[in-house]
Structures are given as C-alpha cells and as structure tokens.
Design a protein around this ligand. Structure first.
Ligand SMILES: Nc1ncnc2c1ncn2[C@@H]1O[C@H](COP(=O)(O)OP(=O)(O)OP(=O)(O)O)[C@@H](O)[C@H]1O
Ligand SMILES: [Mg+2]
Length: 362
C-alpha cells in the first residue's frame, strides 16, 4: 500500500496516497462542526452551530478534533482498515516546535496504529514539487505566510520567517471594505471568502493601485440570498495588502522586501543568489489574480543587488500546483523515504519514544 501524505492547513486538509503527478485525492475543509452526542441535551441547539478549527494559523491546536478529523480521513475517506494501517508522511509548517512534532508522531502511533511515519517541512516539499532542493518558498495560506530559505533540502531557519498574515486576514479585510460600499448588506464570512476567491486581484504596480482607488469600474454580484452587491476598488485593496501590509494595520514591509531581507542574513553571495533566483510562490492565497506578475515586477525593481526570480513548475505537473505543492512534494519524498526505510517505524517508536522523530526526520 502506498503511503498517505497529509498537509493539514488552517483551512484545507490535503490528503491522499502518494501519486506525485496527480493532485491530492482529498481536499476538505479542516474546520469541523461539533455535533451533540445526545440531541435531547439542553445545550444541543447551542452546540449545533459551534465550529472547531483543529489547525489555527498553521499549527494544530485542538488535538481531540484533529484525531477525529484524521480518523475520518484515513478510515472513512482513504480506506484504511483496522489492523491494516499503512505509512504516513506529514507536512510541517515553518517554525513547528519540537514538542508539536512529537505530539503528531505520538498521535499517529498511539491512536492509529500507523506502521511508519515521516515528517518534513512544507517549504522543502514545495521546492521538491518544482524539482529544486535549494531555493526560497513563499507560502501564503489561510492562517499564515511562511518565507523559507531552503538549502540542500533543509530549512535554513535564520533566514526564514513566519508571518501571521494569510487568506483569513484578506477575507476579513474584504468583508470590512465591502461593508463600507454596501452598508445595507449583511455579509457572511463564507460568502465573502467565495467573493474574494473570484474577485480579488493585484494591480500591476503601486501607481495602478492608486489609480483604481480614485476610479474603478464597479461590478454587480448577486449573493445566494438574492441580494445584489457592488464590487469595485475593494478587490484591488485585498491584493495590495500583500505588498503594503499597512493596509491591514500591520507594521511590516511588503512581501518582496521581506524576502530580500530574510536572505540578506546569509553571508555567501553565491548562496544568496541561488536562493533568490529559485523563488517559488505557493499556498492558496498566492493564486490571487495578478499576484505573480506584480511580485515579479516588484522583484525586478528591487534595490537588492540580487533580484528574486520566480521558478515555474515543470510542464508535466498538474494545473494549480501552487495550491497543493507541499502535498505533491510530500508524495515525491514518500516514494523515497519509505522504500529506503528512512522513516520512523512502529518498533523505533516503541523503543525510543516520540523524540525519535528528530533523529530520523530532517
Ligand atoms: N483565487 C484565489 N484568490 C484569493 N485567495 C484564494 C484563492 N484561492 C484560494 N484562496 C485562499 O487560499 C486560502 C487557502 O489556501 P491554503 O490551502 O494554502 O491554506 P491552508 O494550507 O489551509 O492554510 P495555512 O497553510 O495557512 O495553514 C484561503 O484563504 C482561500 O480563500
Ligand atoms: Mg498550508
């Protein structure tokens, strides 16, 4: 049986057997609904609407919910059977603590009878997906943005940085802006998120953005409940926030400057060049219309001696690779680590405990 690869994001869990040239067979919301055990209980109606996010800003926070979610994914959706469990490869976000890594391995061996385990960094895996072992991965997901330098298949932590800025913040910003121009409409987060994915875009440069703020063609959109709203300059505000985080009230430099700054901590010029000239954009929020062009344009204007350059995914890779590149890289790596027995086995775990994960997965 092929290993199962899991990238559990703040919004979407990507999972599937390791077939690197296919998209993950399962992409489902990570968010769960609390269902009351006993319908007659007095709090049943209250509980019915309660949602739980097992993963918050990239990190697992609710372990019971995560266990339920994984049980559903592994047994109900991907077809594991009790007593016949296989191997799992987990994609870790940047800055995952040692303790968190241990908790994941513990969960999988103690609650799931997993036969083998491996964990690797999302940034490393995303670079594997485009055939690189060194480069920079900028992953803009739902709960966080990771800018990671990867040298020879390992994250270089000093020149990498995690930001608590992601699609979630862009959705909130869009909701705020849409409410200003449609004051009589009550927006649901779910509707705004969908609108963001359809309409949000990046202006080609800052000057174009300023122009859209003065005058911008408005479009009408009918919400599922029949209300008609207008969408104009707000769509550009969302994309611009990645280049001017002050729009979100954050005291941060724009994304290109952050990248250049991260890499500037590396002493060797040839290494800095190798990293910046092999930059990839990934994560769902990187698929905002016009984002890649704007990024490359800002990179070309950068005052840095070495300018960032984007690497395109190989043609044989499926469309929308950026949305699940960490998963795809995981599928590639799983084809190596499990057959070559580099993973943590059940016997390793029972002999050494959860800390074995630091010795075997790097
Ligand atoms: N076309 C689009 N335009 C703008 N945003 C988009 C688009 N497509 C997806 N998104 C956003 O991408 C985010 C989901 O991306 P992704 O699956 O990479 O996040 P995640 O892995 O669940 O989260 P994280 O890695 O931050 O924990 C959501 O906020 C979603 O609204
Ligand atoms: Mg993610």
């Amino acid at each position: 049986m092929e290993a199962i690869v899991i990238d559990a994001g703040s919004k979407l869990l990507k999972a599937g057997f390791s077939v690197p040239h296919d998209p993950p067979s399962l992409v489902i919301p990570t968010q769960m609904k609390r269902v009351p055990k006993d319908e007659s209980s007095t709090n049943a109606s209250l509980l019915k609407d309660a949602t739980i996010d097992p993963v918050v800003r990239g990190f697992i926070q609710d372990w019971d919910a995560m266990e339920d979610l994984l049980r559903h994914v592994l047994y109900d959706r991907l077809g594991w059977t009790i007593g016949n469990e296989g191997n799992i490869l987990f994609a870790d976000p940047l800055a995952t603590s040692k303790a968190l890594r241990e908790q994941v391995v513990q969960l999988l061996f103690e609650k799931f009878n997993t036969s083998g385990f491996y964990a690797s960094d999302q940034a490393v895996l995303s670079l594997y997906a485009v055939g690189r072992i060194s480069g920079c991965a900028i992953d803009i997901g739902h709960g966080k943005m990771d800018i990671a330098s990867v040298i020879e298949g390992a994250v270089h932590h000093i020149s990498s940085k995690r930001f608590e800025l992601g699609g979630l913040d862009l959705t909130n910003l869009f909701a705020q802006e849409l409410s200003k121009s449609n004051p009589l409409v009550n927006f649901s987060v779910c509707d705004v998120e969908k609108l963001k994915e359809i309409y949000a875009c990046c202006a080609k440069d800052e000057a174009a953005y300023e122009k859209f703020q003065q005058a911008c063609r408005e479009e009408q959109h009918t919400l599922p409940d029949g209300q008609v709203i207008k969408i104009g300059k707000e769509r550009y505000t969302v994309g611009e926030a990645l280049f001017q985080p002050s729009i979100l009230g954050l005291e941060l430099h724009g994304i290109v400057e952050q990248l250049v700054h991260c890499v500037s901590t590396i002493s060797f010029e040839n290494q800095r060049r190798q990293l910046l000239e092999n930059t990839i954009l990934c994560g769902g929020s990187a698929s905002i219309k016009g984002f890649e062009n704007r990024f490359q344009k800002e990179a070309n204007l950068s005052s840095s001696a070495i300018r960032p350059h984007l690497v395109k995914p190989p043609e044989y890779m499926p469309d929308n690779l950026e949305k699940y590149s960490a998963w795809t890289g995981g599928a590639i790596l799983a084809k190596v680590v499990f057959p070559q027995s580099q993973h943590v086995t059940k016997a390793d775990y029972h002999e050494s405990g959860p800390s074995i994960v630091h010795r075997k997965c790097f």
